[in-house]
Design a protein around this ligand. Structure first.
Ligand code: NAP
Length: 472
């Protein structure tokens, strides 16, 4: 654990396993509620100093973190691939994306904002300023162990906040490596504290009950997000929630099918489908469904599956439970009338949590594989003929994180994009993540945004001074 600038061991440890082999990778300190308390004490004691640090100095510290992370990219990618299982190409992509949050927010740090104005009556002056919200608790998932950490740490530090971070218990190693980079970049002791734990419920509850913690920024499932919002309500803790998704991928009859398939391969199979923005349900116009499925199926059959070290494109899922969940969704779809039309080969003899990428056709629109978040390499195809029917299916979900639209005509694509309930829409693109863009969802996919200027504002609160004015 990193608490107050010191690396220290907890009373107990837990193991981190390689999902590709089941082998133990490391024994990691299992933080307790007392450790959680100590981390808040460290963050709280460091808060005044960090807040007073000149914006330019904070910016340069973040910039150094960016440079150190890029210099260490190969090692970090190997670490991500080891504990998460994703392919080396996906892991390298994540390191570049994760580091970019340090660079983007280093640039935003010095762009401070505020305003000065005259009241309508002319008898006061109104000064508006934005100040750090205070000690922030950050909770991250296992599917992007580097990027989900930097997407929170960078804006928090840019805003002048100090943080306590609890990484996912399946992937704590990357967050600890990021913390080392921040220390090497010159982040003062106590500004960033990391508490790995298997008692996630207890540690986060302790933080939310601690009056020194003024912010919770969570990325994970909608179910856990709801529970944390209820706890945050007790002390009215400022909350940002990046939750689950169920992204529709829309293909119209006039779309360029080559481009649509290329986008689908990225939106669906990057990270083995374990992304909150992953295309979860494909809505393809009936006139082009056969042609789209033939092209997508051919691409899926060429995917290589295996451990990252083998250079495969699709790695294992995170756990045996995840494999069971994905298989159950496919089985339920098939029992409901769907057909597996294409499948990638999984080499014999693999011992990890591998599952074959598949294309499912004739999927009933109410099948659980369509209505629930799959988090695996399964592409269910639903066909449509009329836009009203399409939008009814698309917007019938409780989720609203990402969506993808492939249409031949840009005006039609934009009309569909505006009609979709989603915080982010890829128009002719299978990837929406960008540190310079506001990432986040509507409905039960979350509250608030990460990245862009909005990501920094999530870690500030507005204060205004009413200035008595005696007139000229
Ligand atoms: P999760 O089970 O909700 O876990 C996320 C984090 O919360 C982990 O650090 C976890 O710790 C912790 N946690 C679990 N139960 C908790 C509790 N009762 N109290 C406090 N903390 C708790 O989600 P996941 O399975 O790791 O990640 C997959 C989910 O994240 C998917 O739904 C995905 O869509 C979503 N996600 C969303 C975004 C986004 O930006 N919207 C990005 C990535 C992922 P442990 O590891 O110890 O369980």
């Amino acid at each position: 654990m990193l608490i107050g600038g010191r690396w220290r061991a907890a009373a107990a440890t837990f193991t981190v396993d390689d999902p590709a082999t089941g082998a133990v990778l490391a024994h990691v300190s299992d933080g307790s509620r007392q450790d959680a308390h100590d981390a808040v004490t460290a963050a709280s004691e460091a808060a005044a100093g960090w807040r007073r640090t000149a914006p330019r100095q904070r910016a340069e510290t973040l910039r150094r973190a960016y440079e150190l992370m890029i210099a260490d990219a190969d090692r970090l990618a190997a670490l991500i691939a080891a504990e998460n299982g994703k392919s080396l190409a996906d892991a390298a992509g994540e390191v570049a994306y994760a580091a970019e949050f340090f660079r983007w927010f280093s640039e935003e740090t010095a762009r401070t904002s505020g305003s000065y104005g005259e009241s309508p009556a002319g008898d006061t002056r109104i000064v508006v300023t934005h100040r750090p919200v205070g000690v922030a608790a950050l909770v991250t998932p296992w599917n992007f162990p580097a990027a989900m950490a930097t997407r929170k740490i960078a804006p928090a530090l840019a805003a002048g906040c100090t943080v306590v971070l609890k990484p996912a218990s399946q992937t704590p190693l990357t967050a600890l490596a990021v913390a080392r980079i921040l220390a090497a970049a010159g982040v003062p002791d106590g500004v960033v504290n990391v508490v790995p734990t298997t008692d996630s419920r207890g540690v986060v509850a302790a933080w939310l009950a601690d009056q020194r913690v003024r912010k919770i920024s969570f990325t994970g499932s909608t179910e856990v997000g709801r529970a944390l919002l209820k706890q945050a309500a007790d002390r009215v803790v400022n909350s940002s929630m990046e939750l689950g998704g169920n992204a529709p991928f829309i293909v119209t009859e006039d779309a360029d099918l080559e481009e649509a398939v290329a986008g689908a391969m990225v939106a669906k199979f990057r990270n083995g489908g374990q992304a909150c923005t992953a295309a979860n349900r494909f809505y393809v116009h009936a006139d082009v469904a056969d042609a789209f499925v033939a092209k997508l199926g051919a691409a899926v059959e060429q995917l290589t599956v295996g451990p990252a070290a083998s250079g495969a494109q699709v790695g294992p899922l995170i756990s045996a439970t995840a494999v069971e969940d994905v298989r159950a969704l496919v089985d339920a779809a098939v029992a409901g009338g769907a057909t597996v039309t294409h499948r990638a080969a999984v080499p014999a003899g693999l011992t990890g949590h591998f599952v074959a990428p598949v294309v499912l056709c004739d999927v009933p629109p109410d099948s659980p594989v369509v209505t629930e978040e799959i988090f695996g390499p399964v592409a269910p195809i639903v066909t449509w003929r009329h836009e009203d029917e399409l939008l009814g299916m698309v917007n019938g979900s409780e989720y609203g994180l990402a969506a993808y639209v492939y249409a031949g005509d840009l005006r039609r694509a934009l009309r569909l994009a505006e009609a979709v309930d989603a915080g982010m829409v890829g128009v002719g693109r299978g990837l929406v993540s960008d540190p310079a863009a506001p990432f986040g969802g509507v409905k039960q996919s979350g509250l608030g945004r990460e990245g862009a200027r909005q990501g920094l504002e999530e870690f500030t609160e507005t204060q205004y001074f009413s200035i008595g004015w005696s007139g000229a």
